[in-house]
Design a protein around this ligand. Sequence first.
Ligand SMILES: [Zn+2]
Length: 165
Amino acid sequence: MHESHPTPLVWLTHSASVSIVAEVVRAGALETGGLLVGYWSGEADVVVTDATRPGPLAAHAEDTYVPDADHDELAMARLYAASGRRHAYLGDWHSHPRGGVGLSERDRRTLLTIATSAQARAPVPLMGIVVPSPSALTIAFWRLCPQTTRRVELCRAHSPVSDRR
Ligand SMILES: [Zn+2]
Protein backbone atom coordinates (compact mmCIF):
# COMPACT_ATOMS: atom_id res chain seq x y z
CA MET A 1 0.00 0.00 0.00
CA HIS A 2 1.48 3.26 -1.06
CA GLU A 3 -1.42 5.63 -1.00
CA SER A 4 -0.74 9.24 -0.41
CA HIS A 5 -3.00 10.93 2.04
CA PRO A 6 -3.19 14.67 2.30
CA THR A 7 -1.38 15.99 5.32
CA PRO A 8 -4.07 17.15 7.68
CA LEU A 9 -3.94 20.82 8.42
CA VAL A 10 -4.85 22.22 11.77
CA TRP A 11 -5.96 25.81 11.75
CA LEU A 12 -5.84 27.64 15.03
CA THR A 13 -7.78 30.83 15.49
CA HIS A 14 -5.87 33.70 16.99
CA SER A 15 -7.80 33.49 20.25
CA ALA A 16 -7.11 29.75 20.54
CA SER A 17 -3.38 30.25 20.08
CA VAL A 18 -3.33 33.21 22.49
CA SER A 19 -5.10 31.04 25.06
CA ILE A 20 -2.51 28.25 24.73
CA VAL A 21 0.46 30.61 24.83
CA ALA A 22 -0.84 32.46 27.89
CA GLU A 23 -1.52 29.23 29.78
CA VAL A 24 1.83 27.63 28.92
CA VAL A 25 3.68 30.76 30.03
CA ARG A 26 1.68 30.84 33.26
CA ALA A 27 2.39 27.19 34.05
CA GLY A 28 6.15 27.61 33.61
CA ALA A 29 7.98 24.35 34.37
CA LEU A 30 4.77 22.42 34.99
CA GLU A 31 2.61 20.62 32.46
CA THR A 32 -0.70 22.16 31.66
CA GLY A 33 -3.43 21.70 29.08
CA GLY A 34 -7.04 21.99 28.06
CA LEU A 35 -9.55 21.10 25.40
CA LEU A 36 -9.48 21.67 21.67
CA VAL A 37 -12.86 22.81 20.37
CA GLY A 38 -13.95 23.48 16.81
CA TYR A 39 -14.96 21.63 13.68
CA TRP A 40 -13.63 19.42 10.91
CA SER A 41 -13.55 20.97 7.48
CA GLY A 42 -13.76 18.13 4.99
CA GLU A 43 -11.78 14.93 5.46
CA ALA A 44 -8.46 16.30 6.51
CA ASP A 45 -8.56 19.85 7.77
CA VAL A 46 -9.66 20.89 11.18
CA VAL A 47 -10.34 24.33 12.59
CA VAL A 48 -9.65 24.87 16.27
CA THR A 49 -11.83 27.78 17.25
CA ASP A 50 -11.13 27.58 20.98
CA ALA A 51 -8.48 26.10 23.22
CA THR A 52 -9.60 26.02 26.82
CA ARG A 53 -7.43 26.50 29.90
CA PRO A 54 -7.34 24.10 32.85
CA GLY A 55 -9.79 24.12 35.71
CA PRO A 56 -8.90 24.83 39.36
CA LEU A 57 -8.80 21.14 40.28
CA ALA A 58 -6.39 20.13 37.52
CA ALA A 59 -3.12 18.62 38.75
CA HIS A 60 0.10 19.98 37.28
CA ALA A 61 3.48 18.31 37.67
CA GLU A 62 6.73 18.44 35.74
CA ASP A 63 5.82 15.38 33.71
CA THR A 64 2.07 14.96 34.11
CA TYR A 65 -1.11 16.91 33.71
CA VAL A 66 -4.41 15.58 35.02
CA PRO A 67 -7.38 17.64 33.86
CA ASP A 68 -10.23 18.91 35.99
CA ALA A 69 -12.90 16.85 34.24
CA ASP A 70 -15.92 18.70 35.66
CA HIS A 71 -14.52 22.07 34.69
CA ASP A 72 -13.71 20.85 31.18
CA GLU A 73 -17.16 19.38 30.70
CA LEU A 74 -18.78 22.65 31.68
CA ALA A 75 -16.43 24.67 29.46
CA MET A 76 -17.25 22.37 26.54
CA ALA A 77 -20.99 22.69 27.12
CA ARG A 78 -20.72 26.49 27.17
CA LEU A 79 -18.71 26.67 23.94
CA TYR A 80 -21.05 24.22 22.23
CA ALA A 81 -24.09 26.28 23.17
CA ALA A 82 -22.42 29.62 22.38
CA SER A 83 -21.53 28.42 18.87
CA GLY A 84 -25.10 27.38 18.10
CA ARG A 85 -24.03 23.72 18.46
CA ARG A 86 -21.50 24.00 15.64
CA HIS A 87 -18.25 23.79 17.59
CA ALA A 88 -17.64 20.42 19.15
CA TYR A 89 -15.03 18.65 21.20
CA LEU A 90 -12.03 17.77 19.01
CA GLY A 91 -9.56 16.49 21.56
CA ASP A 92 -7.06 17.77 24.10
CA TRP A 93 -3.85 19.74 24.23
CA HIS A 94 -1.14 19.69 26.85
CA SER A 95 2.40 20.92 27.26
CA HIS A 96 5.67 19.04 27.56
CA PRO A 97 7.87 21.62 29.28
CA ARG A 98 10.76 19.20 29.54
CA GLY A 99 10.17 16.96 26.55
CA GLY A 100 9.64 16.99 22.82
CA VAL A 101 6.50 17.13 20.73
CA GLY A 102 6.21 13.34 20.58
CA LEU A 103 3.50 11.44 22.39
CA SER A 104 4.27 9.47 25.51
CA GLU A 105 2.86 5.97 25.95
CA ARG A 106 0.29 7.47 28.25
CA ASP A 107 -0.65 10.07 25.64
CA ARG A 108 -1.22 7.30 23.10
CA ARG A 109 -3.43 5.43 25.51
CA THR A 110 -5.41 8.60 26.22
CA LEU A 111 -6.00 9.13 22.49
CA LEU A 112 -7.25 5.58 22.12
CA THR A 113 -9.51 5.96 25.13
CA ILE A 114 -11.07 9.13 23.70
CA ALA A 115 -11.45 7.50 20.27
CA THR A 116 -13.35 4.56 21.68
CA SER A 117 -15.43 6.52 24.18
CA ALA A 118 -18.99 7.04 23.02
CA GLN A 119 -19.36 9.85 25.52
CA ALA A 120 -16.54 11.93 24.03
CA ARG A 121 -18.12 11.79 20.54
CA ALA A 122 -14.72 12.27 18.92
CA PRO A 123 -13.87 9.13 16.97
CA VAL A 124 -10.82 10.79 15.43
CA PRO A 125 -9.54 12.80 18.36
CA LEU A 126 -6.74 15.33 18.08
CA MET A 127 -3.96 15.75 20.57
CA GLY A 128 -1.94 18.92 20.57
CA ILE A 129 1.48 18.86 22.24
CA VAL A 130 3.02 22.20 23.08
CA VAL A 131 6.73 22.55 23.76
CA PRO A 132 7.83 25.91 25.08
CA SER A 133 11.33 27.27 24.78
CA PRO A 134 12.67 30.72 25.65
CA SER A 135 12.40 31.98 22.08
CA ALA A 136 9.48 30.10 20.55
CA LEU A 137 6.64 27.73 21.15
CA THR A 138 6.13 24.62 19.07
CA ILE A 139 2.74 22.97 18.71
CA ALA A 140 2.41 19.56 17.07
CA PHE A 141 -0.98 17.99 16.47
CA TRP A 142 -1.50 14.25 16.44
CA ARG A 143 -4.48 12.10 15.71
CA LEU A 144 -5.40 8.51 15.16
CA CYS A 145 -5.33 7.85 11.45
CA PRO A 146 -8.93 7.19 10.37
CA GLN A 147 -7.96 4.24 8.18
CA THR A 148 -6.18 2.44 10.99
CA THR A 149 -8.35 3.06 13.99
CA ARG A 150 -7.56 -0.34 15.43
CA ARG A 151 -3.92 0.50 15.78
CA VAL A 152 -2.31 3.35 17.57
CA GLU A 153 -0.88 4.79 14.42
CA LEU A 154 -0.55 8.49 14.38
CA CYS A 155 -0.58 11.10 11.72
CA ARG A 156 1.24 14.23 12.47
CA ALA A 157 -0.63 17.35 11.54
CA HIS A 158 1.15 20.62 11.11
CA SER A 159 -0.21 23.90 12.21
CA PRO A 160 0.40 26.90 9.98
CA VAL A 161 0.22 29.11 13.02
CA SER A 162 3.27 30.68 14.51
CA ASP A 163 2.33 33.02 17.24
CA ARG A 164 4.83 35.75 17.85
CA ARG A 165 3.51 38.29 20.24
ZN1 LIG B 1 2.14 14.14 27.12
